[in-house]
Design a protein around this ligand. Structure first.
Ligand SMILES: NC(=O)c1ccc[n+]([C@@H]2O[C@H](COP(=O)([O-])OP(=O)(O)OC[C@H]3O[C@@H](n4cnc5c(N)ncnc54)[C@H](OP(=O)(O)O)[C@@H]3O)[C@@H](O)[C@H]2O)c1
Length: 237
């Protein structure tokens, strides 16, 4: 589907990749862009309408869905990461639960609320923002990686289910992006605008999976090798 004339709803659009998605959708001529934000700040960017949504709060999701019944493209972008010192740390379970609540259950809740809206409006598309971490668990982001692997699995099942209502479900995989989430991480990062462009190009080409950068492509390719990257990761990346 084309972004031009689409009505796009993006979760986590206050900053980072979500905001880049909102701007790129406007640039491509979307008819309407709903920027889902936890705390509307009265920002008045032409073409972008802020809508309150917290993906951990079912009532706020239902309110957003009933307000935005003309949505034709949903971007499940809201996400959090928490650094864990060690998988053996006593805080690991609480931290992992917190991350799952947003990244995994949040994505499920929002998808459930918007799936019938997409169907009513002709099928449309859903982009789920995943990661290379789906296939490569870095110890300091282990809880985050687990949540993204779970979100990937959900995305794969949902894709098959929503084909019958003609909704394209695209899994977006990318390594580190230059946003607040990676502030202080000393590694190569890609610009959020480039990620949004690659994802929307993918939707427009009818793709079900987009691997944005070389490292992510390398990680996925290595799954078929005996020494996959998740077994022997590079020092950085
Ligand atoms: N940065 C990376 O290296 C990287 C790599 C791969 C994938 N990703 C994924 O990309 C997506 C966007 O991340 P980002 O890098 O742009 O991070 P970010 O700059 O930290 O932005 C996160 C966004 O998610 C929102 N959010 C957090 N919890 C929420 C909740 N409960 N309900 C609604 N919104 C919530 C935040 O809203 P507030 O402003 O209210 O906090 C913010 O808009 C995430 O799914 C992340 O896992 C990021």
């Amino acid at each position: 589907m084309k972004t031009q004339d689409a009505v796009v709803f993006i979760t986590g659009a206050s900053r980072g990749l979500g905001l880049a998605f909102a701007r790129e959708c406007v640039r491509r001529g979307a008819r309407k862009v709903y920027a889902g934000v936890r705390t509307p700040n009265g920002s008045n960017t032409p073409g972008i309408e802020q809508v309150p949504i917290d993906v951990t709060n079912p009532a706020s999701i239902m309110a957003a869905a009933s307000k935005c019944g003309d949505t034709t493209m949903l971007i499940n972008n809201a996400g959090i990461a928490r650094i864990t010192g060690s998988m053996l740390d006593s805080a690991t379970i609480d931290v992992t639960r917190e991350v799952f609540e947003t990244n995994y259950y949040g994505t499920i809740r929002v998808s459930q609320a918007f799936a019938s809206i997409l169907a009513t409006n002709g099928g449309g598309a859903m982009i789920n923002v995943l990661s290379d971490a789906v296939w490569h668990a870095r110890p300091f982001l282990a809880g985050y990686s687990a949540s993204k692997s779970a979100e990937w699995s959900f995305t794969n099942a949902l894709r098959i289910e929503l084909r019958s209502q003609k909704t394209l479900v695209l899994g977006l995989h990318v390594s580190f992006i230059d946003t607040d989430l990676t502030k202080g991480f000393d590694m190569k990062k890609i610009e959020p605008r480039q990620v949004a462009e690659a994802a929307l190009d993918g939707v427009e080409a009818g793709k079900e999976e987009v691997l944005v950068d070389d490292f992510t492509r390398q990680v996925k390719r290595s799954l078929g090798e005996e020494q996959s990257i998740y077994l022997n990761p590079p020092d950085i990346g």
